[in-house]
Ligand binder design. Structure first.
Ligand code: GLC
Length: 423
């Protein structure tokens, strides 16, 4: 085994807290929803049982209504804010009150297929049922326009926490009642790599709104202070529904097959609502104002992953990628350089995040853009080879940002960009 492969495995083992993995020691001491999905792909490379368990542990915290929470607080940790007592969801185990990107079904399909796609696989069947309940939750609570797209009610749900895409909607959030609290993130990493204090106040204000409703997701969806259609989650859910459909077919779940097919068709049509012809890309869009963000982010390119768009739209997206390439030494930045508030070091306003790059590259392969997929893959590997297993990386210098020894970065090395590389 080469050095980086061994190192990546060691990171996953060290971040393992027994059935679940923390994203990184210190900064994120609990189980995160979409992190666990990607981490399972990493474990699958050397411990298949542990890969399934990662997801099963996450699912054990699924809400009765089907929502899979974004954080599961398996144990207390004073080093994190906002912890379980701030969310106050009253669940066992304690969880946050919001969700995260629905990538789980796609990853369950991948685990199951690499083991031979046996329709009688009980672990797949159980997780299929859990993913279906979670997708139905999205359809029921998060599709306000009835067009198959995904509305988020907190920017943390998108996983792209401080992307500039949310700025306009966040600016309308009233923070006058937030009160005082102590941030913990800036005690772990450089504040220049984290959201600003004003941004954090807004995040907390939205959280407090949800808590004050008793985490009533109907009320939050209808009246919440933050209501945005996220291009990333819309693409991810469409993709996940397609992957779920493959499992439904293998299981012979006839009524669900019809339900999923209808849902998929709806999302394909609805996606045009996110297309911004001026910038030639799919962009997030505010539900309250109807405004498109007009920002090209890494999530815009998930259109390939979802297999969305006409050949002409695909060509414009490739044009955007080529343009981004001219200013980025490494692909794929989370925000195009030159965009409002672009900052190559600050979290989701520029830095590269390998999990999004992985999904985009997978989509590019499937759509026949092999050169671009390979460019993203080799750039991603080079980042790890030069800087280590950081949370994110500067697209300009390749330097790591955020937390070190990050679980999903290690997983992406093992399952994707490090494959076949001598290290
Ligand atoms: C940050 C990221 C989010 C991730 C979490 C744990 O909040 O923005 O996507 O899930 O950290 O790694």
């Amino acid at each position: 085994m080469t050095g980086l492969n061994a190192r990546a495995q060691e990171i996953l083992r060290r971040n393992d807290r027994g059935g679940y993995t923390v994203p990184t020691h210190g900064l994120y001491p609990y189980q995160w929803n979409w992190d666990s999905a990607f981490v399972a792909l990493g474990f699958a490379e050397f411990d298949r049982d542990r890969a399934w368990r990662e997801i099963e542990t996450l699912i054990s915290a699924q809400w009765e209504d089907g929502m899979i929470p974004h954080i599961v607080f398996h144990q207390e940790d004073p080093g994190y804010f906002p912890g379980p007592s701030v969310w106050a969801t009253g669940k066992t185990p304690p969880t946050s009150g919001i969700t995260q990107p629905p990538v789980l079904a796609s990853i369950v399909r991948s685990l199951w297929e690499t083991e031979g796609a046996d329709p009688a696989c009980p672990r797949m069947a159980a997780l299929y049922a859990a993913c279906l309940r979670s997708h139905r939750w999205f359809h029921q609570y998060r599709d306000p326009l009835g067009n198959g797209l995904v509305m988020v009610t907190h920017n943390w749900e998108t996983g792209r926490d401080n992307s500039s895409e949310w700025d306009d909607a966040l600016a309308r959030v009233d923070t006058s009642g937030v009160g005082t609290y102590q941030r913990r993130d800036t005690g772990h990493v450089d504040a220049a790599m984290r959201p600003t204090q004003q941004e954090y106040d807004r995040y907390v204000a939205i959280l407090q709104f949800g808590r004050n409703t008793g985490w009533n997701h109907r009320e939050i969806a209808d009246k919440g202070p933050f209501r945005v259609l996220d291009v990333g989650m819309s693409m991810e859910l469409l993709r996940a529904n397609r992957d779920l459909l493959v499992m439904a077919q293998a299981l012979g779940d006839q009524p669900t097959i019809a339900e999923l097919e209808a849902r998929i068709a709806l999302s394909y049509q609805g996606m045009d609502w996110l297309w911004n012809d001026e910038v030639g890309a799919y962009c997030s869009r505010d539900v309250t104002t109807g405004e498109s963000s007009g920002l090209v982010t890494n999530a815009s390119f998930l259109a390939f992953y979802a297999d969305v768009g006409s050949p002409a739209q695909g060509a414009r997206l490739i044009e955007a990628l080529a343009r981004i390439r001219t200013s980025a030494r490494y692909l794929l930045p989370s925000l195009e350089a030159g965009s409002r508030d672009y900052d190559h070091k600050r979290y989701w306003r520029g830095p590269i995040w390998l999990v999004v790059s992985y999904m985009v590259a997978q989509g590019l392969v499937e759509q026949g853009h092999l050169d671009w997929a390979e460019q993203i893959r080799t750039d991603s590997a080079a980042l790890i080879e030069t800087s280590g297993f950081y949370e994110s990386f500067s697209p300009e210098t390749g330097q790591g940002s955020g937390g070190p020894d990050f679980s999903w970065t290690a997983a992406m090395w093992l399952a994707w960009c490090g494959k076949g590389r001598a290290a």
